[in-house]
Design a protein around this ligand. Structure first.
Ligand SMILES: Cc1cc2nc3c(=O)[nH]c(=O)nc-3n(C[C@H](O)[C@H](O)[C@H](O)COP(=O)(O)OP(=O)(O)OC[C@H]3O[C@@H](n4cnc5c(N)ncnc54)[C@H](O)[C@@H]3O)c2cc1C
Length: 311
């Protein structure tokens, strides 16, 4: 209940221009500013430097150039161009060739044809440069369109891409059937968006139970799944299923977000598991940042304290 309320509150706050103004002014201003806990930097150089530090600890990375919900063709084109440029910058830096993209950043809300074209341009570059491209999952209204785009590119034989399912959504277990049948690469998450009871479980225990069922299916029947959570109970469950069914540690990976539960990240690597850190960067960090506050309201206290100290 508290969980849903917090998500709701920060969802509304994410649309506040006043808050965005304050956050943009102070959030990344100095090396110790509050948003830096979750955002690797505002430009590519800062992000690549952060990735190198993470990789030096034996972890893998996926880079996300933040941005979402673009409403015009020019902005979708600019985001696609930025993504292509990012892909050219990564190989010489020694950072993993793995990026995450959001389809609303590439024009999903503007024109379905354009978004498929933009994704295809990115996947062509990915083929040439040997990248893996993860298509993030967004709010419920975008789930079917995102899966449709993914299906289109999968049918066109692009195999260097994967998608995401959210255990919070009631539909996800049947989406999983379809993706497993296709041998598609799936990242499993709980879901970061505020959704209605009609389409999503409202109790955390139900979201967790669905996550546990889905991770089991992915580990036993999936194709190199990514188990993306910071929840120690879910991580323990994944390890248990893997041990009981002899799923080798190189047949799946754990994933976590930059700056969250670094203790568990290090412990998993020490145990010999693959762990990929999702590294977001860019100037459009406010909506991503607000979702992180919504997941754990105690983060807001940390932000408030930093703001008071900085002013
Ligand atoms: C690699 C990765 C990619 C993701 N991609 C997507 C996506 O494409 N679409 C999508 O909807 N969601 C995505 N998410 C977010 C996900 O849906 C959850 O909102 C988020 O991971 C929190 O859920 P949890 O599984 O960690 O479990 P929870 O039960 O929410 O949290 C478990 C524990 O993790 C810690 N924790 C969790 N969140 C935070 C936080 N913000 N700050 C500090 N501690 C925290 C706390 O210790 C908490 O007790 C992604 C998450 C990861 C790790």
């Amino acid at each position: 209940m508290l969980h849903a309320l917090a998500k709701g509150f920060f969802h509304v706050a994410a649309h506040s221009h006043a808050l965005k103004g304050i956050a943009s002014r102070y959030g990344m201003a100095t090396p110790r500013s509050f948003a830096r806990r979750f955002i690797a930097g505002e430009d590519i150089d800062e992000a690549l430097a952060a990735c190198r530090v993470i990789q030096a600890q034996g972890m893998l990375v996926t880079l996300d150039h933040l941005g979402e919900g673009v409403t015009g063709l020019a902005a979708a084109e600019a985001a696609t161009h930025d993504c292509l440029q990012l892909m050219e910058r990564i190989p010489p830096s020694g950072v993993d060739r793995n990026i995450s993209v959001k389809l609303t950043q590439l024009g999903l809300d503007v024109d379905r044809g354009i978004v498929v074209d933009n994704v295809r341009r990115i996947l062509e570059a990915a083929k040439r440069l040997d990248f893996f491209v993860r298509i993030d999952m967004e709010s419920f209204a975008h789930v079917q369109p995102t899966l449709d785009v993914f299906d289109t590119i999968w049918q066109q034989e692009y195999r260097n891409a994967g998608v995401v399912l959210q255990s919070a959504l009631r539909r996800s277990e049947s989406d999983l059937d379809h993706l497993i049948a296709r041998r598609a690469y799936v990242r499993l998450v709980k879901g970061a968006y505020r959704e209605s009871r009609a389409v999503a479980y409202s109790k955390k225990a139900d979201v967790d139970r669905a996550f546990a069922r889905m991770l089991r299916r992915l580990l036993l029947e999936g194709n190199y799944p990514a188990i993306a959570t910071h929840d120690p109970a879910m991580i323990a469950e994944a390890k248990r299923v893997a041990v009981d069914h002899r799923v080798a540690p190189d047949r799946f990976e754990f994933q976590m977000l930059y700056g969250i539960r670094r203790d568990i990240q290090a412990a998993l690597v020490a145990e010999g598991h693959r762990l990929r850190v999702y590294v977001p960067y860019g100037r459009e960090w406010f909506p991503y940042f607000m979702r992180r506050l919504g997941e754990r309201p105690a983060n807001a206290l940390f932000v408030a304290r930093s703001l008071i100290a900085e002013r």
